[in-house]
Design a protein around this ligand. Structure first.
Ligand SMILES: *Cc1c(COP(=O)(O)O)cnc(C)c1O
Length: 404
């Protein structure tokens, strides 16, 4: 049994540290243990709250699930509980841990009926898009791609749809959706909405507060934060929907291991420090990159001229720590755009050439090296995931690589 302070009374940075601790007892543990069990002592008819078999429910997941639910809830659940409204879609949030972000996406896509309609961003996490195409072919699901920053286009696409998937900012183009507008429109149209909050984290934005039915995370990224685990999660206030999603996890078996769940909570403890530093460094690097002679284009919502700047300012705390950069082609150079960008990746010494993001270590990659990336993503777009190293060391390495 773990304890989580009432989220309504605490700031997110505090919740990340204080939530999901063991109950306070003299000589008791300050951290949850790593319980290693495939089954639990059990006889007779089992109630839903009892532990019986570790694929269905597992106490190794609970501390992280409690902490993430409290972070995404942002105190609203507490206020409603005080009003005596403790069930239904307005209840406090619950989190469901999965073996990966993709397992969480698969559980979400399972909500779309055969022959149904899924509205999704034209730019979004590419493995999710590959899975959507597969489901479309096998189950006759219609896919409606939208520019998630174009609110009118999103609202128009909701007509007769079953599910709206939102990413904001998008991976890797950093487009920013008007969350209150598109989530409100989905609710009004009776379309279930899911927001992939991997890039912003619950410290950057809380989609449940803006009206999302479900929040999705690749826990692999900022929440765990150290590039050492692969995990995913869903968070919702809808108790019936939570039960459906848990059933999916139990029946498809995409469950987290106890030690991975423990590592995710260990990483979550420092989320506020890591994310604040990474965001601040990203904004500074974006500002310098915008003036760099070897850079053709920079995308980061912190830049006053960025198309997503005003929206991000209105609905986010900070601007995130992912930057999009296109190197300037060399005048008279024989290199094509992709080769020019690849040369930057080859030239860095401190930045890590790798896919993934959200770790303490800064990483970069050319996104179109993946054959599955959307073809509207420029061939020479580099996605930079800014970590927590010293800003001057990161800048020196990037500046040298761009000029190499
Ligand atoms: C990485 C990522 C995912 C997939 O998560 P995994 O943990 O790799 O399965 C989903 N959405 C976004 C935005 C991601 O960056």
């Amino acid at each position: 049994m773990s304890t989580t302070p009432e989220p309504g009374t605490l700031a997110p940075a505090t919740i990340a540290v204080a939530a999901g601790r063991p109950a306070r007892a003299q000589g008791g543990h300050v951290n949850p243990s790593v319980p290693m069990n495939s089954t639990y002592v059990s006889r007779g008819v089992v109630t839903p709250d009892e532990l019986s078999y570790a694929r269905g429910d597992n106490d190794a997941w609970h501390p992280f699930e409690e902490a993430l639910a409290a972070l995404e809830d942002g105190g609203a659940g507490t206020a409603r509980r005080a009003d005596g409204d403790a069930s239904g879609p307005d209840a406090a949030a619950t989190a469901i841990l999965f073996s990966s972000g993709m397992a969480a996406i698969a559980a979400i896509f399972s909500l779309v009926p055969d022959g149904g309609t899924l509205v999704l961003p034209r730019h979004a996490y590419q493995a999710g898009m590959v899975l959507a195409r597969q489901i479309s072919e096998r189950h006759g699901v219609t896919l409606r791609y939208v520019d998630i920053a174009d609110t009118d286009a999103v609202v128009a696409a909701l007509d007769g749809a079953d599910l709206l998937l939102v990413e904001s900012p998008t991976n890797p183009m950093l487009e920013v959706a008007d969350l209150p507008a598109v989530l409100g429109a989905a609710r009004a149209a009776g379309v279930r909405s899911v927001v992939d909050n991997t890039f912003a984290t619950p410290l950057g934005q809380r989609p449940l507060v803006h009206g999302a039915d479900v929040v999705l995370h690749s826990v692999t990224k900022y929440l765990a934060g150290h590039s050492d685990v692969v995990l995913g999660a869903l968070v919702t206030r809808d108790a019936a929907l939570a039960a459906t999603l848990r059933d999916h996890r139990t029946l498809h078996g995409a469950i987290a291991g106890p030690f991975e769940a423990w590592l995710a909570l260990r990483g979550l403890r420092t989320l506020a420090l890591r994310f604040e530093r990474a965001q601040a460094t990203a904004a500074e690097l974006a500002r310098r990159l915008a003036d760099h002679p070897e850079v053709a284009e920079v995308r980061h919502p912190s830049l006053p001229g960025d198309p997503g700047h005003e929206r991000a300012k209105a609905q986010m705390t900070g601007f995130g720590a992912i930057i999009g950069v296109r190197p300037r082609p060399r005048p008279g150079g024989a290199d094509d755009a992709a080769a020019r960008a690849d040369a930057v990746v080859d030239a860095v010494r401190l930045w890590l050439p790798a896919t993934s993001l959200g770790g303490v270590e800064s990483m970069l990659e050319r996104r179109r090296r993946w054959g599955t990336e959307a073809t509207t993503v420029p061939e020479d777009l580099l996605r930079l995931s800014v970590g927590i190293e010293d800003v001057e060391d990161l800048w020196a390495d990037l500046d040298r690589a761009l000029r190499a």
